[in-house]
Design a protein around this ligand. Structure first.
Ligand SMILES: [Zn+2]
Length: 237
């Protein structure tokens, strides 16, 4: 999450400045849920909600990637639909990792070390979408997972695919300062009754067992429901 997609960044900066004055006009939008136990919405990127009525489509930069990646995403997409997100797995289209895709497209591509660090992938929402409603984004998976140069446990790879996809819909890392050292550190996240950390916890959140790996935890299911409610509350579609 170290850089921003180009499209919309300039307009977003202007909006952020205006909001910094804290002007609250009469008839302001109702309160929105931007964080809760185990989740945080990427308000810093201007995303506050998920559309309850428009369809998000996952696409891939090549037929080869579509075939490779689709099995990693099907379980999570089914859960997201159950939570109320209209999302489908789609086809192949050209992906420029530096540009925002058409509305609602969640594009997957693959490069070598997209964050410049071994083993890290990148998922970003298009920043500052209209009305704060997530409009899609780009996921760039690290090619090292697939060429044998970076060892990653199978459950970690499955969870990474889902973690990055949820970034494009505006979910941020929910890391906390649990040890009181003044920093929300690595692995410092809320833990569910089953011992699982949010799949959005950085790094390596999510279920470790084969049945759970690649699935949303209850934290993300609650987060998506909150973001859908944010859109409805604001009258956004
Ligand atoms: Zn992340």
């Amino acid at each position: 999450m170290s850089d921003m997609l180009r499209t919309g960044a300039a307009a977003g900066a202007a909006i952020a400045v205006m909001c910094a004055f804290g002007v609250t006009p009469a008839g302001a939008a109702p309160p929105r849920t931007l964080a809760g136990t185990g989740f945080r919405v990427a308000e810093r990127l201007g995303v506050t909600s998920v559309s309850p009525s428009r369809t998000y489509t996952v696409t891939f930069a090549s037929a080869r990637l579509k075939k490779r990646y689709t099995p990693y995403l099907t379980g999570a997409v089914t859960q997201m639909r159950a939570a109320g997100v209209r999302i489908v797995l789609g086809g192949v289209e050209r992906v420029d990792p530096a540009r925002c895709p058409p509305w609602g497209h969640i594009q997957y591509t693959q490069t070598y070390r997209p964050l410049g660090r071994g083993g890290y992938s990148k998922g970003l929402p298009c920043p500052h979408p209209a009305k704060g409603v997530a409009s899609g984004g780009v996921v760039t998976m690290d090619s090292e997972y697939f060429d044998g140069t970076w060892h990653m446990a199978p459950h970690e790879l499955r969870n990474t695919f889902v973690h990055e996809m949820l970034h494009t819909l505006g979910l941020d890392h929910p890391n906390l300062d649990l040890d009181g050292d003044g920093e929300a550190g690595r692995y410092e996240c809320a833990t569910g009754p089953d011992g699982v950390k949010p799949v959005m916890c950085s790094p390596n959140g999510g279920y470790a067992d084969a049945a759970g790996a690649g699935r949303l935890t209850p934290f993300e299911e609650r987060a998506l429901r909150a973001m859908l409610a944010n859109a409805r509350g604001a009258g956004a579609d």
